[in-house]
Design a protein around this ligand. Structure first.
Ligand code: SUG
Length: 442
């Protein structure tokens, strides 16, 4: 049976803004006071989805959560009329206001961990929404994400939905951003790489000093168990704590894999040799095909360039002719070492045959590149036909969504404008238009 990998991109929400909320995410900090343009952000995201459709791939979409999250403001003691809630929160705790307004669910790589039915003992696709425990503004995404995933993948025969892991530091989990599946072909069993930043229990393992490790080993192990993966098709890898301290807050900022290609920076992991040995030996049991490990040396691309260009947050996609293409953010063209590396890569006979660039700078300024904006799901023809078609895109739907964004989305937001009732009303109209479009209850 034919299998495809479908990217489900987050539609950027109308409250997209910059507030410096994510500790350890350099771009978020640097742009803390910048003015955002939600309309442009959403159009850039839709352009990326359109490019994949143009390439003949199946493309999905996940709608934004309703923001501001007034229930959360209420729960934190900011009550009264909406106008009063906004004003009180802005004057007493602006960061809480920004958090409740954050459009962060656009980065669907953090929505959940999803594993293939080809890898699970029960032959089902498993979903565990990420608890996003480490950052307050993200931790309030899990329940809405769970509801959306259940709506999109609503068929007991094929899809199993688990609750998020317990909301505790022990099980801090950031979803697919720290999970990579390697396989010889989409219709074959895969090797699931789980990357963690620290262990909650084992103090012998190094930890970052400056910034939080947002994924624990214990969370990775729990997900592998819950998703019924076997030892043979699972590898747990510790991320290098030094790179976390330099701004690599998720593994997908320093490594990306697809099919039989793993593209990573030499400083990405702890005990790299051991990690590669385990990957190679488990791969050998799964496949006779060559596994391509493309390691980028610090001499070729510095860690600083990698973090600022998001070279490793590129999307590796299989084109219909079987070639692999890399979808990179345009920032990669601004760093001399990165650009030189990519030019050389294209000349060499590697698996990556083509590089495509997309401008996603509105999302990039919050630390979200092409790969952050998508959740990958490996689907057989039968599984794909069980996906709720409202969330699978066509060119016509992209045009409709662009029209909706153009009509309803604001073009300038910062924390001060978010505190005004007029802005709230503007964003509410956009929320309602989106909900109507996707047939969601508000
Ligand atoms: O969780 N930025 C997000 C970016 C997520 C990127 N995702 C992946 N790497 N997969 C984060 O740090 C910034 C919000 C702000 O500062 O307003 C933010 O949440």
């Amino acid at each position: 049976m034919k299998y495809v990998e479908v990217n489900f991109d987050g539609l950027v929400g109308p409250s997209h803004n910059y507030a410096g909320l994510s500790l350890g995410n350099i771009a978020s900090k640097q742009n803390a006071t910048a003015v955002s343009n939600p309309k442009l952000a959403a159009l850039q995201g839709l352009d990326k989805m359109q490019l994949l459709l143009d390439l003949g791939l199946t493309q999905g979409v996940i709608p934004p959560h309703i923001r501001p999250n007034l229930a959360q403001l209420n729960a934190l003691g900011f009550n009264g009329s909406v106008s009063q809630q906004l004003k009180k929160a802005y004057s007493i705790a602006p960061t809480i206001l920004a958090s409740c307004y954050s459009a962060s669910n656009m980065w669907t790589a953090n929505a959940a961990t999803v594993t293939s039915s080809l890898d699970a003992k029960d032959n089902k696709i498993h979903f565990t929404p990420a608890n996003l425990f480490s950052q307050f503004h993200r931790s309030i995404e899990s329940d809405d994400t769970a509801a959306l995933l259940q709506l999109i993948f609503n068929h007991e025969k094929y899809f199993v939905h688990h609750p998020h892991l317990p909301h505790h530091a022990y099980f801090a989990d950031e979803g697919a951003a720290n999970h990579t599946r390697l396989t010889e072909a989409y219709d074959q069993t895969g090797l699931n790489l789980f990357v963690y930043g620290c262990s909650a229990q084992n103090n012998q393992l190094a930890k970052p000093n400056k910034f939080p490790a947002r994924q624990t080993l214990e969370a990775c192990q729990a997900i592998a168990r819950i998703h019924q993966l076997s030892d043979d098709n699972t590898v747990f890898i510790q991320q290098n704590p030094d790179v976390i301290d330099q701004g690599v807050f998720h593994n997908d900022v320093i490594a990306v894999g697809n099919l039989n290609v793993l593209f990573y920076h030499e400083q990405a992991f702890c005990n790299t040799k051991q990690v590669l040995d385990e990957i190679n030996s488990k791969w050998a049991k799964l496949s006779t095909k060559k596994l391509h490990l493309i390691e980028v040396k610090n001499n070729d691309v510095t860690l600083n360039s990698a973090i600022n260009s998001y070279l490793f947050n590129t999307q590796l996609i299989q084109l219909n002719n079987g070639d692999t293409a890399m979808l990179a953010p345009t920032e990669c063209q601004s760093f001399t070492d990165v650009q030189y590396y990519l030019n050389q890569l294209q000349k060499k006979q590697t698996q990556i045959k083509q590089i495509l660039y997309k401008n996603l700078n509105q999302s990039m300024q919050n630390g979200g590149g092409p790969a952050c904006l998508r959740l990958r799901v490996n689907l057989s023809e039968a599984e794909l036909s069980a996906v709720n078609p409202h969330f699978l895109l066509t060119h016509k739907k992209i045009d409709q969504l662009k029209a909706l964004v153009n009509e309803y989305y604001p073009t300038h937001l910062n924390l001060q404008t978010l505190s005004s009732f007029e802005t709230y009303q503007h964003i509410q109209q956009a929320n309602q238009a989106i909900s109507r479009y996707f047939g969601l209850n508000t």
